[in-house]
Write a protein that binds this ligand. Structure first.
Ligand SMILES: [Zn+2]
Length: 420
C-alpha cells in the first residue's frame, strides 16, 4: 500500500488516523504509579485500562539524546550512533557534543513518512534536540519542526511554521519551568486541530522530575496538567502513545548532599594526572538540572599506566558501582556504537552519581534541592502506554516480551486495533 515505509528492518503502515507519540522526559514510571494512586491523571488511567500499558526497557545510557534518537529511529544506538550527549573524539582529544544531526547515522521514522507523503510534526522543549529530531525532514511541504525554547523565532525555512506563539496562545515559556513542556503539548493539540497531521512526535523536558519526587505537590501539578493535554489529543482522534527517554532517581545522601563518586580523582590518584580521561555523557548546558552528574560515565585510557582491565579490577567491587565494563562488553550488552565508546564504561547504583574531577562540577545551580538524576541501568525502565488496545499480533508479541521503548512508533502505528 502506498505511503508505507520500511526503516531499520521494521515495516510501518501509513497511519489511518493521527498518531501522537509523547516522550515524557524523565518520566519515571513511579510518577504515573503515584498519579494513579492519587487519582490525578484520569486520562492516563483510562489509557491503561482501555488501551495498553507496560514497563519498557529504554536505551542505556539512560540519557535524553540517545533515547530520543532510539524512539524516532526505532533502533538502538549501535544503529543510530547517538550514545550520549558527549563523547571523546580521540583524533582531536576534544569532548564532542552529540546533538549534531551529522552524528545521527540513521534516517528517522518522521523523515521517512514525510518523504512518503505523510504530514509530520516534531516539537521539542529544548532546542538542543530539534536538529536531530528534524533531520532530513522536508519542511517545504507542510511538515513542521520547532522547539518551545525558540518558539518566538520560527521561520518557514527553518521550522516550516511561523507565528507559533499566536497559534499556541501562550507566552514564550521560561527554560526552567513546567510551561516549557506544556507548550510542546498545547502546540501539538493546536496543530492536530488545524492540520490533522499523520504523525506527531512531542518531546518534553525533565526539569520538574529533576527537582520534584513523585507525589510532591509540583510534580503532581505537572502530571495533572500533562494528563489533561493527553486527554485532548485523544479526544481529537489521535492514537496517543506515551513513553519516556529515561526515569529518575534520588541520588543524595541522607543529609541531602549529592551522593557522588568523583571517578577522575580516584583514577588520577591511582595512575597519575592525564593518564585517563573521564567523560560524563549527561553533560549539557542545563547544569541546574543535574550539575553534569549522572549514573553512567566513560573512561578513556590515554597514557601508559591504566589499562581497561586494571580500571575494572579497581572499580568493580567499589561501593556504589554497579558495573565496570570494557568497551566490547558494554557495546554488546547495551547495543552501543564501539567507535564512540570509552575503553571502560562505569555505571552507578540507583542512589549514586559518578562524576569526573570534583573541581569540574559546578553544583551551585542545584541550590538546596536534593540531587535527582539518571543515566544508569536503574533509570532505563520507562512507561509504555497506548490509548488504544493492541491487536492480536501485538498482544502476543507484548506478552512474549521484553518490550523496548524504541518500538513505541511500531506499536502505536502497527499494533493498535482498527477502529470499530
Ligand atoms: Zn531526559
Amino acid at each position: 500500500m502506498s505511503g508505507n515505509i520500511v526503516l531499520n528492518g521494521v515495516n510501518y503502515r501509513r497511519p489511518a488516523r493521527p498518531v501522537a507519540v509523547v516522550c515524557i522526559d524523565g518520566g519515571d514510571p513511579a510518577y504515573i504509579e503515584q498519579g494513579i494512586r492519587d487519582g490525578i491523571i484520569p486520562n492516563i488511567a483510562r489509557f491503561i485500562r482501555d488501551g495498553f500499558s507496560a514497563i519498557a526497557e529504554g536505551t542505556v545510557p539512560s540519557f535524553t539524546c540517545p533515547n530520543n534518537m532510539s524512539l524516532i529511529t526505532g533502533a538502538p544506538p549501535a544503529v543510530h550512533g547517538i550514545s550520549g550527549n558527549y563523547y571523546l573524539d580521540l583524533a582531536t582529544g576534544e569532548a564532542v557534543v552529540m546533538t549534531g544531526p551529522e552524528l545521527l547515522r540513521s534516517r528517522t521514522i518522521l523523515a521517512e513518512f514525510a518523504d512518503a507523503g505523510a504530514k509530520v510534526v516534531s516539537i521539542t522543549a529544548k532546542d538542543k534536540l530539534r536538529k536531530q529530531l528534524g533531520k532530513d525532514l522536508d519542511l517545504t511541504r507542510g511538515n513542521i519542526s520547532f522547539s518551545s525554547e525558540y518558539a518566538d523565532r520560527c521561520t518557514m525555512q527553518e521550522n516550516g511554521i511561523e507565528n507559533v506563539l499566536e497559534l499556541v496562545g501562550m507566552p514564550l515559556p521560561d527554560m526552567y519551568s513546567m510551561e516549557l513542556s506544556l507548550f510542546v503539548l498545547e502546540a501539538g493539540i493546536r496543530l492536530l486541530e488545524r492540520d490533522r497531521p499523520d504523525l506527531l512526535f512531542l518531546s518534553l523536558t525533565d526539569y520538574i522530575q529533576h527537582k520534584h519526587a513523585p507525589g510532591d505537590a509540583v510534580a503532581n501539578e505537572f502530571y495533572r496538567r500533562i494528563d489533561e493535554k493527553f486527554g485532548r489529543l485523544a479526544a481529537l482522534g489521535a492514537v496517543v502513545a506515551l513513553s519516556a527517554d529515561h526515569g529518575m532517581n534520588d541520588k543524595s545522601t541522607p543529609d541531602g548532599k549529592p551522593n557522588v563518586i568523583y571517578l577522575q580523582d580516584i583514577l588520577d590518584r591511582k595512575y597519575g594526572k592525564g593518564d585517563t580521561r573521564v567523560i560524563c555523557p549527561i553533560t549539557d548546558a542545563f547544569v541546574k538540572h543535574h550539575g553534569a552528574l549522572g549514573g553512567f560515565v566513560r573512561v578513556w585510557c590515554l597514557g601508559r599506566r591504566a589499562t581497561p582491565q586494571s580500571i575494572i579490577d579497581l572499580l568493580q567491587d567499589m561501593p556504589g558501582i554497579a558495573a565496570a565494563l570494557d568497551r566490547e562488553e558494554a557495546c554488546r550488552r547495551f547495543e552501543l556504537p564501539p567507535d564512540r565508546e570509552g575503553d571502560v564504561v562505569v555505571i552507578g547504583e540507583a542512589n549514586v552519581v559518578i562524576g569526573a574531577a570534583e573541581s569540574e562540577h559546578d553544583l551551585s545551580g542545584l541550590g538546596d534541592a536534593r540531587l535527582r538524576s539518571h543515566g544508569a541501568v536503574t533509570e532505563a525502565k520507562v512507561p509504555f502506554i497506548l490509548s488504544r488496545p493492541l491487536n492480536e499480533g501485538y498482544r502476543r508479541r507484548a506478552a512474549a516480551g521484553p518490550i523496548k521503548s524504541h518500538h513505541i512508533f511500531d506499536y502505536a502505528i502497527n499494533g493498535v486495533e482498527a477502529e470499530q
